[in-house]
Design a protein around this ligand. Structure first.
Ligand code: FAD
Length: 487
């Protein structure tokens, strides 16, 4: 059995003990980057080890050889309530690269549009949670019965106690709350199932209620949607600059294959394909399946088997994106929600990322949580996307499609079915000086960049606390505004 790490400062007699402490963070996704940057700020010497040749993990961009364009692995959106992700962007100095919007345009296949978002008249608006009511009431996409049903469900989800304790699936809860077909198909199965990337029969009510409260009720600021104005890996290049400026480094193209504990030096040897890295602490910031593989080969430790069993309970959900380059503009909308079809979201990359300086236009279509779409061939998926896109924007029929790419991420996110919280461990691990991070850690958030950033901050706090540093990296939640302060 290995010795415990708690209360074991490495060298407290030195004036700045942190500067002598080395940490290897494994995995340069949002979780690993936020842990690494926080630890570097606390003065620790950090090396961030990544299997690939670029930063960002699932939230990355890369040069797609088929189309010779840098594309995001998929459009990644954040919201105002993502306080830890925004805190991480502030730390890296890239927060100004996010484009914010408070409105969402829903389009029916006939082309009819409805605009959701907060009511604003000059500087004035309605107090939360009523700020979005006028646009919902005027939305043509929903019938009167749909609107009443949605209002009923929102009211029930506002009450934290009963929804937060619920063990039902969202599907059962919605049927019990008599949701209409329109509300089901155009809101719950589209907006909420996309936000949690799973079908409503596999979503736990507390997670859905959290999304409703944060995006639609707490405040207009919490529900504002953010999108990067530069490709994702460019956004996250700020992390490498941040680390380099604080004595840290990124080691690319180095897949970690094992961890070995040296009883004499009380340090970890991190075994990579490129060689061995020695460090005092390790933060394992991997997706759950990669974490399970690495941890299964660790030295015996009390609680290790239980941890692996928990990790094995997680399940993947897919996300697909179809990238289309046209010879002309298809729409001047920066983004839209597409109703009643297989394709769900449109992101107009020409508008959102003007630094691309494209001649025609580039749009990305996102299909959330669809196992059937993920099973289509490239040709069939692109043909289906083109057919459906033309129903919303008939100009597609005249435009020339110059090139297209399909990205299928079958392991995009983990699901949040009832009971999943019991399978989400904390940052501490059964091994001394080894901490866990990753979107699947116990953060209370679904599989998102915010959950990843939170997990990185929690792991960094845990490392600091074990050497006697009381650093606080976790950014508090946004406070509800208006009438929501009294709920
Ligand atoms: C298609 C798609 C769309 C999404 N859309 C959104 C969205 O709109 N908004 C949102 O908030 N979230 C979205 N997500 C989820 C979000 O991307 C993830 O929740 C988040 O990026 C996870 O970060 P992470 O650091 O926990 O894990 P990862 O990003 O998976 O990072 C883990 C890193 O570890 C590396 N690695 C793996 N094995 C090893 C090894 N053995 N040695 C060294 N390195 C290793 C990987 O290469 C990777 O870089 C989306 C995800 C996908 C796939």
């Amino acid at each position: 059995m290995l010795p415990g790490s708690r209360g074991d400062p490495l060298n407290p007699s030195l004036p700045n003990p942190a500067s002598t402490v080395t940490v290897t963070v494994i995995g340069a996704g949002v979780a690993g980057m936020s842990a690494a940057c926080s630890l570097a700020d606390a003065g620790l010497r950090v090396q961030l080890v990544e299997r690939r040749g670029y930063l960002g993990g699932r939230a990355s961009s890369y040069l797609h050889p088929g189309v010779n364009e840098v594309i995001d692995n998929c459009q990644h959106v954040l919201f105002g309530c993502c306080t830890n992700l925004i805190g991480f962007y502030n730390r890296m100095g890239v927060a100004d690269k996010i484009h914010w919007t408070r409105h969402m345009t829903m389009i029916e296949p006939s082309g009819r549009r409805s605009r959701l978002g907060p009511f604003e008249m000059g500087r004035w608006g309605l107090p939360a949670p009523l700020h979005g009511t006028p646009s919902l009431l005027s939305a043509k996409a929903f019938s009167v019965a749909d609107k009443l049903a949605l209002g009923r469900a929102f009211r029930a989800m506002m009450r934290r106690g009963s929804t937060d304790r619920s063990t039902e699936t969202l599907g059962d809860w919605l049927r019990r709350h008599k949701q209409t077909r329109g509300a089901m198909d155009r809101f719950w199965r589209l907006v909420i199932a996309s936000a949690l990337n799973a079908d409503i029969e596999n979503i736990a009510v507390p997670y859905a209620a959290k999304v409703i409260r944060e995006l639609f009720m707490n405040s207009a600021e919490a529900g504002a949607m953010g999108m990067s104005t530069v490709p994702l890996s460019e956004l996250y290049a700020g992390a490498e600059r941040h680390l380099n400026g604080r004595g840290g480094s990124v080691v690319y193209n180095s897949s970690v294959e094992g961890l070995r504990w040296d009883e004499v030096s009380k340090r970890w040897s991190v075994q990579t394909r490129a060689g061995e890295l020695i460090s005092d602490f390790v933060v394992v910031a991997l997706p759950f399946e990669a974490a399970a593989k690495l941890l299964a080969n660790m030295p015996a430790a009390e609680g290790a088997r239980e941890l692996i069993t928990k990790i094995e309970k997680h399940e993947h959900w897919p996300l697909c994106s179809v990238h289309l380059w046209f010879d002309r503009e298809i729409t001047n909308l920066p983004h839209a929600v597409l109703l009643d079809r297989e394709i769900h979201w449109l992101y107009n990359k020409t508008r959102l990322q003007p630094s691309r300086h494209l001649k025609g236009s580039y749009v990305e279509l996102v299909v959330s949580a669809s196992r059937s779409f993920a099973a289509l061939s490239r040709e069939d998926a692109i043909a289906l996307a083109m057919r459906e896109l033309a129903e919303f924007f008939p100009v597609v029929n005249e435009a020339k499609l110059e090139k297209a790419a399909l990205i299928k991420e079958v392991r995009a996110t983990f699901g949040v079915p009832p009971g999943i919280d019991a399978a989400r461990p904390d940052a501490a691990s059964p091994w001394p000086r080894v901490y866990l991070a990753g979107d699947w850690i116990n953060t209370g958030w679904p599989s998102t960049m915010e959950s990843a950033a939170r997990s990185g901050h929690l792991a960094a706090e845990a490392v600091c606390s074990s050497i006697g540093l009381s650093e606080s990296f976790l950014v508090p939640d946004m406070k509800p505004k208006g009438l929501m302060r009294f709920v």
